[in-house]
Design a protein around this ligand. Structure first.
Ligand SMILES: Nc1nc2c(c(=O)[nH]1)N[C@H]1C(S)=C(S)[C@@H](COP(=O)(O)OP(=O)(O)OC[C@H]3O[C@@H](n4cnc5c(N)ncnc54)[C@H](O)[C@@H]3O)O[C@H]1N2
Ligand code: MOO
Length: 413
């Protein structure tokens, strides 16, 4: 039988204190340069500035005619102005001629406004007669013209280091002239689940065996948070095998995440193998009470999460995601959160901050109504029910009951 070498301190550590201990493990990763088309999901490491102004020239917002407003000052439906059409400007093909008094240039959306013109009249407001147009209304200065630099001026910052690169950010970078982007290297993460009962996904189950969902859960969560999962495996309740696996990973990865074996049982292999370099603590949260964090011999950070699947998931969200995001020097370290209102009632354990998986009843209002994702609430074994969760309602430690109408802080998943 394995006996953990040190008892865990009986007092509960606050969630914020443990989070701070985990975040202390963060070292910001180096950088990669990637083609702008391959930047999706990465975190920007160097600001992107505009090579030129956007738009680069005064450009037309409409298909129509570029005119001088002064020529239309007295035009009306009864007495339209008549102008000679002297040229054409299309997107990519500027007009060869300016707009002189008494003339107009046919212009398309996105084309540079020719010299001399100070307004564009939409073609719906124009009657064309051969080489002439008649316009029965005045045009104000700047009408349907997008001024140069309206979006951004040359040299201005378009994206700041730390930005998460999604479709909109990539489009902004391309428009600013970028061909490649300097991004954070994805932290290399190893996920190790422990337990003699574990069988890899889909494998035949013997008596008292279960499928190892945590290694898939944690690897997927780490990937989603911006990491590169380079190793994912399950080890049995064998301390020597775990020590060997950890020694091979130490120095080869940026972070090791383990699941299981952190509580007080006789087979709690993670505690047995890591007590010393890793501090094992009880955190004032439910689920997710037993936790560990520290460094392996060569300095590789290791975070040890409880084995119950909902506990592992919540612990990842509260501790490991912020750690990975800090390693990525991301501007937004936390998931988006907001207020919801309970449309449900449940009891909350004493003295622990509760993370209740919830789903939205009604997303259409400012204050969405939320219910427990499953009737069993935050039971740490309810892995199938976890699939219904859209958020985690964070109930403060002093609250003992949640009642319909209570306001709840929700971390959206
Ligand atoms: N006497 C006490 N017992 C327990 C305490 C306590 O304070 N005193 N804490 C409980 C709490 S809270 C939690 S959480 C668990 C954490 O235990 P471990 O981290 O040691 O996890 P295991 O014992 O290995 O497993 C717990 C549970 O989860 C299942 N599991 C484990 N790994 C996986 C996996 N990869 N995929 C799917 N399911 C997994 C495992 O079969 C167990 O059912 O300890 C309590 N006990
Ligand atoms: O704190 Mo444990 O994580 O409830 O199941």
């Amino acid at each position: 039988m394995n006996h953990p070498s040190e008892p865990i301190a009986p007092t509960l550590r606050g969630v914020a204190e443990h989070r701070a201990a985990v975040l202390e493990l963060a070292r910001v990763t180096g950088t990669d340069e990637v083609d702008v088309g391959a930047g999706l999901g990465r975190v920007l490491a160097r600001d992107v500035t505009a090579a030129g102004s956007l738009p680069a020239w005064d450009s037309s917002a409409m298909d129509g005619y570029a005119v001088r407003g002064a020529d239309l000052a007295r035009s009306s439906a009864d007495s339209p102005a008549v102008l000679d059409v002297v040229g054409e400007a299309a997107a990519g093909v500027p007009s060869a001629v300016p707009v002189a008094p008494g003339t107009a240039v046919r212009i398309m959306t996105g084309a540079p406004v020719p010299a001399g013109a100070d307004a564009v009249v939409r073609q719906e407001d124009v009657a064309r007669h051969g080489a002439r147009v008649s316009i029965g209304r005045p045009a104000h200065r700047g009408e349907h013209i997008r001024p140069a630099g309206d979006d951004v001026r040359a040299g201005e910052r378009v994206l700041a280091a730390g930005a998460d690169l999604g479709p909109a950010q990539l489009a902004a970078a391309v428009s600013a002239g970028a061909r490649s982007l300097v991004v954070r290297r994805r932290p290399r993460v190893a996920v190790l689940s422990t337990g003699a009962e574990l069988v890899a996904a889909g494998g035949a189950l013997g008596p008292a065996q279960i499928h190892d969902s945590n290694s898939v859960l944690l690897a997927a969560a780490a990937t989603e948070a911006g990491a590169e999962v380079v190793y994912r495996d399950g080890v049995t309740d064998d301390v020597a095998a775990l020590r060997t696996a950890l020694a091979e990973l130490d120095g080869a990865v940026d972070l090791v995440v383990t699941s299981g074996g952190v509580s007080v049982g006789d087979h709690d292999v993670v505690r047995e193998a890591l007590t010393g370099p890793v501090s094992f603590v009880r955190v004032a949260m439910q689920p997710g009470k037993p936790q560990g964090s520290g460094r392996l011999a060569a300095g590789t950070p290791v975070v040890c999460l409880p084995g119950n699947p909902v506990s592992a998931f919540v612990s990842f969200e509260v501790f490991v995601r912020p750690l990975l995001r800090t390693m990525l020097a991301a501007a937004a370290v936390e998931q988006r959160s907001g207020w919801g209102v309970a449309d449900d009632a449940w009891r909350v354990p004493a003295d622990r901050e509760q993370y209740m998986p919830v789903r939205l009843e009604d997303a259409a209002t400012d204050l969405p109504r939320v219910r427990r994702a499953v009737p069993g609430g935050s039971g740490s074994h309810l892995v199938a029910g976890l699939a219904a969760a859209q958020g985690l309602a964070v109930v403060p430690a002093h609250v003992r009951h949640v009642r319909p109408g209570d306001r709840l802080r929700v971390r959206w998943l």
